[in-house]
Ligand binder design. Structure first.
Ligand SMILES: Cc1cc2nc3c(=O)[nH]c(=O)nc-3n(C[C@H](O)[C@H](O)[C@H](O)COP(=O)(O)O)c2cc1C
Length: 644
C-alpha cells in the first residue's frame, strides 16, 4: 500500500488493461529525421521515458497526411514506408510494461512549414493566429481524403504494434479548426452550427474506429476550452461528447488552449497551479460517461492521485514533469519524494525551444532529456580530482554530474548559500518554484557526495597549489553598473539589493532597465505594493510577450499599472528628480523615493583572467562564458562534467 493507490491501480479500456493511471502525454520532440523517419535519438529518448513506468504512453504527433506536417522533423504515419520505424517506436514505448498509443495528427493551418510551401489547408481561408497567413479552404474531396488518412494511419498504428491510438482534436490543429467558430466560416454541412462544426471530428473518429476494428482502444484529445477571446468554452464542448462516444471513442484526453491562447496555457507557466485544468476534466467525464485523462502542470504524483481518488479523472498525464524527471514515478513508489526533480514550467528547453527556436526537445534543468545518446549513465573509467568554482545552475549541475560519475569533486561558493543568481531571480511573483529547484539541486549535489564549501573565495594561487586534474569555472555573471550621474545617492539601489531584500521597496520606485532583470524587479516591487515606473532605452522591452514567462511578466505589470517609459534613457539622478531623455527631449520627473538599477549582467572576470595568465587549464560554463538562460547554463555545466 502506498499513498498513491489510486494512481497505481490498473484500469481496463476496451479489453486492454493499462497497468496504472499515469500517462505520458504526446510530446513532439523534433528528434526524428527530416521527412518523418524514426531514428536512434528518438528511440533512445522514448525508451528512457518508458523506463519511468507510466501505464500509458502516447506518442508524439504523427502526421496522417503529408499536408498535415507541422515541421520537417515530425514522425510520419501516412505511408507503409514508415511502418518499420513505427514498429520500433511502439516496441520501445512498450519496453517496460506500459501500453503505447499513437497520436494521429493533422496541423491544418497551424503549420508555418506548410504555409511556406503553399500547402497549408484548413476549414476556411482564415489566417493562422500565430503565423498570420491563411490556408487554402478544404474542398469536400480534401475533407474525404484527410478523414480517410486518419483512418489508414490508425490501421497502420495497429499493424505497427501499438495498443491504442489517440486522435489529436486539440490545441488549434485541424480538428479544432473545424470545431472553432473562429477558424471555421464554412456555409456547408461542416460549418455554421456547433453540430455541423463537429461533423469532421465525428467522421474522423468513425473512420478511425472502422480501420482499427472493435477490439482496439481509441482515445480522443480535445481542448476542453479554446481559452481565447470568442473561443468555445467547456460547456460548448460537452455537446460533442455523446457523438464521439457513439463513434467509438473510449476515453477523452481533456487538454486546454489553442494556438494563440495567451500565456501558453496548453503547457502552462507557474502562474497556473498544478491541476488547474482538472475541473474541466470532471465536467467532461460527467457528460461523456467514459474515462477521462486530466492534464496540466502536474509535477507531483500526490495531487494527481487525489484527482483520481476523488473521481475527477481516471488518468493524469504528466508531460513536462516526465521530461524533467523520467524516474519520478519510481521515486514516488519508493517514497523518495525529496529526490523528485520537479518541473518548474519554464518551457525554455521543451515547448518554446521547439516552437520558437526550431530545435529538438530538451529540459532546461534535466540535461539528460533529448540527449540520451550522449548521456553517460555509467561511472567514469578514470576518476579525476575536479574543482568547480561557483554554485549557480551551471556549477551545481556540473558538480552533481561529476559526483554521480565518481569523480572527486570540490565545489566552492563565495557566498553563504549555493544557488547563484537564481536566489534573486526566484523572488519575482510566480518564480518561487525556481528557488525550490535550485535548493533541491544543491541538496542533491550533497547527496551525490559533494560537499558545498560556501563562504570560500577561490584564487588562482589556491588552484595552482592544489593542482586538480580539472577546473570548471562556473563563476557566473556580475551586475553592470551604468555610469549615470547620481548613482551614489542613498536612494539608489541595484536589483540585487531589492530582490535580496537588503533594501526595502520604495513607495514610488523607478526601475532603470526593461530587460529580464528589470521586468522581474519591477514585478517584485509591484507585488510589495510599490508604484513602479520602468525606463528602457529600447522601443519596447526585450522580454518577448510570446514566451509564457514573458507574457506573465508583461501581464503582471500591466495589471499593477506600471508606467513604461520606452525609448528613454536616464541622464541624471538627483534627490528630488530624475532626468529622462527621449531623443532630443529631456524631462525632469520628481517623486521617486527609490531608483533601482537593473541594466543587466556581464560575465564575471577576475578569476578567469588570473587563470588565463597562469595558464592553468579550465573550462568556462554558464554566465561566466556569456550571460544567458538557465537552459544554456545547465547544458554547459553538465557537458563539462560528462567530458571530464
Ligand atoms: C515539448 C512539448 C511538445 C508537445 N507536443 C504535443 C503533441 O505532440 N501533441 C499534443 O497533443 N500535445 C503536445 N504537447 C502538450 C502536452 O501533451 C501537454 O498537454 C502539456 O505540456 C501540458 O501538460 P504538462 O503541464 O504536464 O506539461 C506538448 C508539450 C510539450 C512540452
Amino acid at each position: 500500500m502506498t499513498e498513491l493507490d489510486a494512481l497505481f491501480s490498473p484500469i481496463t479500456i476496451r479489453n486492454t488493461e493499462i497497468p496504472n493511471r499515469a500517462v505520458l502525454p504526446p510530446m513532439g520532440t523534433g528528434l526524428c529525421e527530416k521527412g518523418g523517419r524514426v531514428n536512434d535519438a528518438l528511440l533512445a529518448y522514448i525508451k528512457r521515458q518508458a523506463r519511468g513506468g507510466a501505464g500509458l504512453l502516447i506518442s508524439e504527433i504523427t502526421a496522417v497526411h503529408p499536408t498535415g506536417m507541422v515541421a520537417p522533423k515530425q514522425v510520419g504515419a501516412w505511408d507503409d514506408d514508415f511502418l518499420p520505424g513505427l514498429k520500433a517506436l511502439a516496441e520501445n514505448m512498450r519496453a517496460f510494461g506500459g501500453k503505447a498509443a499513437m497520436q494521429l495528427h493533422h496541423a491544418g493551418r497551424e503549420s508555418f512549414y506548410m504555409i511556406k510551401k503553399g500547402k497549408a489547408m484548413g476549414p476556411s481561408a482564415v489566417p493562422s493566429l500565430v503565423y498570420g497567413q491563411a490556408p487554402a479552404e478544404m474542398s469536400i474531396e480534401d475533407i474525404r481524403e484527410i478523414v480517410a488518412a486518419f483512418g489508414t494511419a490508425a490501421g497502420r498504428a495497429r499493424k505497427a504494434g501499438f495498443d491504442a491510438v489517440e486522435i489529436h482534436g486539440a490545441h488549434g490543429y485541424l480538428i479544432t479548426q473545424f470545431l472553432s467558430a473562429i477558424s471555421n466560416h464554412r456555409m456547408d454541412e461542416y460549418g455554421g452550427s456547433f453540430e455541423n462544426r463537429s461533423r469532421f471530428a465525428i467522421e474522423v473518429a468513425e473512420e478511425v474506429r472502422r480501420n482499427v476494428g472493435d477490439n482496439f482502444p481509441v482515445l480522443f484529445r480535445i481542448s476542453a476550452e479554446e481559452y481565447i477571446k470568442n473561443g468555445y468554452t467547456v460547456d460548448d464542448i460537452l455537446g460533442i461528447l455523446p457523438q464521439l462516444v457513439g463513434a467509438g471513442v473510449d476515453a477523452i484526453h481533456a487538454s486546454v488552449g489553442t494556438h494563440g491562447s495567451p500565456a501558453g496555457v496548453t503547457s502552462a507557466p507557474p502562474a497556473f497551479e498544478p491541476g488547474f485544468n482538472v475541473w474541466r476534466a470532471r465536467k467532461i467525464k460527467e457528460a461523456a460517461g467514459i474515462p477521462v485523462i486530466a492534464v496540466g502542470r502536474f509535477n507531483d504524483p500526490r495531487p494527481a492521485n487525489n484527482a483520481i481518488a476523488t473521481g475527477d479523472a481516471d488518468f493524469v498525464a504528466f508531460g513536462r514533469q516526465q521530461l524533467c524527471d523520467p524516474d519520478f514515478l519510481q521515486k514516488a513508489r519508493e517514497n523518495r519524494y525529496e529526490d523528485i526533480r520537479k518541473c518548474i514550467a519554464c518551457n525554455q528547453g521543451c515547448i518554446e525551444r521547439e516552437m520558437f527556436e526550431g530545435k529538438s526537445v530538451r529540459c532546461a534543468i534535466n540535461p539528460e532529456t533529448g540527449q540520451e545518446l550522449a548521456y553517460p549513465e555509467q561511472p567514469a573509467a578514470q576518476p579525476k580530482t575536479v574543482w568547480i568554482v561557483g554554485s549557480g545552475p551551471a556549477g551545481l549541475i556540473a558538480a552533481y554530474e561529476a559526483g554521480r560519475r565518481g569523480h572527486e569533486v570540490s565545489l566552492f561558493e563565495k557566498e553563504p548559500e549555493a544557488g547563484g543568481n537564481i536566489l534573486y531571480a526566484c523572488k519575482a511573483p510566480h518564480k518561487e518554484i525556481y528557488g525550490d529547484w535550485i535548493r533541491w539541486q544543491a541538496r542533491q549535489v550533497e547527496k551525490a557526495g559533494v560537499p558545498i564549501q560556501t563562504n570560500t573565495k577561490v584564487t588562482a594561487d589556491m588552484i595552482a597549489d592544489a593542482k586538480p586534474d580539472a577546473v570548471i569555472l562556473a563563476i557566473g555573471g556580475e551586475k553592470i553598473i551604468p555610469q549615470i550621474p547620481g548613482i551614489d545617492l542613498p536612494h539608489v539601489y541595484d536589483a540585487w539589493q531589492v530582490l535580496g531584500e537588503t533594501a526595502a521597496p520604495g513607495k514610488n520606485a523607478l526601475v532603470v532597465g526593461g530587460g529580464l532583470i528589470g521586468m522581474e524587479t519591477a514585478c517584485f516591487l509591484a507585488s510589495k505594493g510599490s508604484s513602479v515606473t520602468l525606463a528602457e532605452q529600447l522601443e519596447s522591452s526585450p522580454v518577448p510577450k510570446y514566451t509564457s514567462h514573458g507574457y506573465t511578466l508583461h501581464k503582471y505589470l500591466r495589471e499593477k499599472q506600471c508606467i513604461f517609459r520606452f525609448s528613454t534613457a536616464v541622464r541624471k539622478i538627483d534627490t528630488a528628480a530624475v532626468t529622462f531623455a527621449a531623443g532630443e527631449q529631456t524631462e525632469e520627473v520628481s517623486g521617486f523615493d527609490q531608483v533601482v538599477l537593473a541594466v543587466g549582467m556581464k560575465p564575471r572576470n577576475a578569476l578567469k583572467r588570473d587563470l588565463e595568465k597562469s595558464g592553468f587549464p579550465h573550462t568556462l560554463v554558464g554566465d561566466a562564458l556569456e550571460v544567458r538562460r538557465i537552459m544554456e547554463s545547465v547544458e554547459e555545466g553538465a557537458r563539462a562534467a560528462w567530458e571530464l
